[in-house]
Design a protein around this ligand. Sequence first.
Ligand SMILES: NC(=O)c1ccc[n+]([C@@H]2O[C@H](COP(=O)([O-])OP(=O)(O)OC[C@H]3O[C@@H](n4cnc5c(N)ncnc54)[C@H](OP(=O)(O)O)[C@@H]3O)[C@@H](O)[C@H]2O)c1
Length: 294
Amino acid sequence: MRIGVTGASGFLGQRLVPALGAQGHNVARIGRGAEADIRWDPSAGMIDVARCAGIDAFVHLAGANVGERWTPAHRREIRDSRVYGTALIAHTIAALTPRPRVLVCASAVGIYGDAGDTVLDESSPSGSDFLAEVGREWESAADPARQAGVRTVHLRFGVVLSRWGGALARMLPVFRMGGGGRLGSGRQWMSWISMEDAVGAVQFALERETLVGAVNAVAPSPVTNAEFTETLARVVHRPALFPVPAFALNLMFGEMAQGTLLASQRVIPRKLLAAGYAFRHATLEPALRAAVNE
Ligand SMILES: NC(=O)c1ccc[n+]([C@@H]2O[C@H](COP(=O)([O-])OP(=O)(O)OC[C@H]3O[C@@H](n4cnc5c(N)ncnc54)[C@H](OP(=O)(O)O)[C@@H]3O)[C@@H](O)[C@H]2O)c1
């Protein structure tokens, strides 16, 4: 297939693009920078439509980073980059002849809000906090592609584990110095997925015709933050004796702390498992060992 990938320059995209190439696909990187094969500017509603002709499938990963302090301007960017970007891709797809076969969009488990110990699958209701609202708007923005009859999948990713980026890259230096510790009470659930499975889930969603709509892209064994902390400390052979109280996280990171680090999402990948996806990393310790040593 010829596959258009937005956010190809990012944490996930940099691993996905070579993996798709290795499967024999022809990848067109859609991005805002000069290195992109197809230029776009979601904030201006601009995309090089002529170069989108002949694309069979789109993978849409682009969006402003959520792990930075949520100033009012950054909150707007988190939302607008996702909603405008998705709408632009979906309208572009709807206008293409022949129609692409599939649109795989990134989404996030943040759509479930702060849900305590409740086990969440794709039929669970979304939450009411900022990221849940963004998640709903982000997924709805793909409606034009859906209405044009294009199979549309929203991969609701948990924390993607790789030492090369995302949350783990920020935690690792602290844990390696023996300065790790649980966040807040440590009772909040973390839904995670290895980088290999994050890439695998995108590849699976592209191919598996029966997969449609919201699909949780998380390993089948979410853990509490306390268990995550203990496991990571064991993997790097250091103690984790420095819990960070919630008020300190709120002071350091503002609202972002409550919305991400302290929010609880105990998510299971019901649809991926039912469709026959085989996880490379189904439990945390081997996943962390692989991520830390890759
Ligand atoms: N990483 C995780 O643990 C995780 C967890 C849950 C959900 N997700 C979601 O999965 C997607 C990919 O994650 P990632 O970690 O690979 O993301 P990332 O590295 O932070 O960013 C992906 C790409 O988005 C584009 N981008 C950044 N800011 C933008 C803006 N303001 N407007 C338009 N495009 C912008 C950039 O591409 P160009 O500069 O080339 O345009 C960037 O390389 C994201 O939507 C993210 O929310 C990730």
